[in-house]
Design a protein around this ligand. Structure first.
Ligand SMILES: [Zn+2]
Length: 192
């Protein structure tokens, strides 16, 4: 998944989004089969807005474009300062299949963003807040919700600096690391 932050030429100054105010991650579709974020930016400028209204935009190839980012968007009337809008390229009112790369990127971005908003109440389709079909009747909503429930892999990355047959040498190494400010300790292991 590639994340890109284009340099949009905004009209006026954007308002920072208060992360603690975000109640919903709102999902949109572009409602056109193909559109670059730059094209949407122009289109939204034409509506008199500051520029592309979505906080993030995900292309069909899975590329993530940070648009408004952590600034108040223009995507859901009445909710822009209380939500974070993610839009996917495509028209899922007519297209029945979302490309896998796009779907995976969307799942990753929703998971990533969910963890950033302390008062989040949930994720919601645009149509929950307005009379619109957005993000479209073929948008894979149930599949998205199911993917969000899948547990994260429980991975940890252990750093090891040495393994000694002689306890004294191990203690010297720990001493050295502690002098450098690392919280080192010895773990005894029996090797078969
Ligand atoms: Zn929408």
């Amino acid at each position: 998944m590639q994340i890109v932050q284009p340099n949009f030429d905004w009209r006026g100054k954007l308002t920072p989004l208060k992360l603690e105010d975000v109640q919903y991650i709102i999902i949109h579709h572009a409602a056109v089969e193909q559109a670059t974020p730059e094209a949407i930016h122009k289109h939204h400028l034409g509506r008199g807005w500051a520029g592309i209204g979505y906080n993030e935009y995900i292309a069909k190839d899975g590329t993530v474009y940070i648009c408004r980012g952590d600034h108040v968007g223009a995507h859901t009337a009445g909710w822009n300062d209380k939500s974070y809008g993610i839009c996917v390229e495509g028209n899922y009112e007519e297209e029945t299949e979302m490309p896998e790369a796009q779907f995976r990127a969307l799942v990753e971005r929703v998971k990533y963003n969910q963890a950033r908003f302390p008062n989040l109440r949930g994720i919601a389709p645009h149509k929950q807040f307005a009379a619109t079909a957005c993000p479209g009747k073929y948008f894979p909503w149930d599949k998205l919700i199911a993917a969000l429930k899948e547990p994260e892999e429980k991975k940890i990355y252990r750093v090891q600096v040495g393994a000694f047959k002689n306890r004294e040498n191990a203690e010297k190494m720990v001493q050295l690391l502690k002098e450098k400010g690392f919280a080192a300790f010895i773990r005894e292991e029996v090797i078969e």
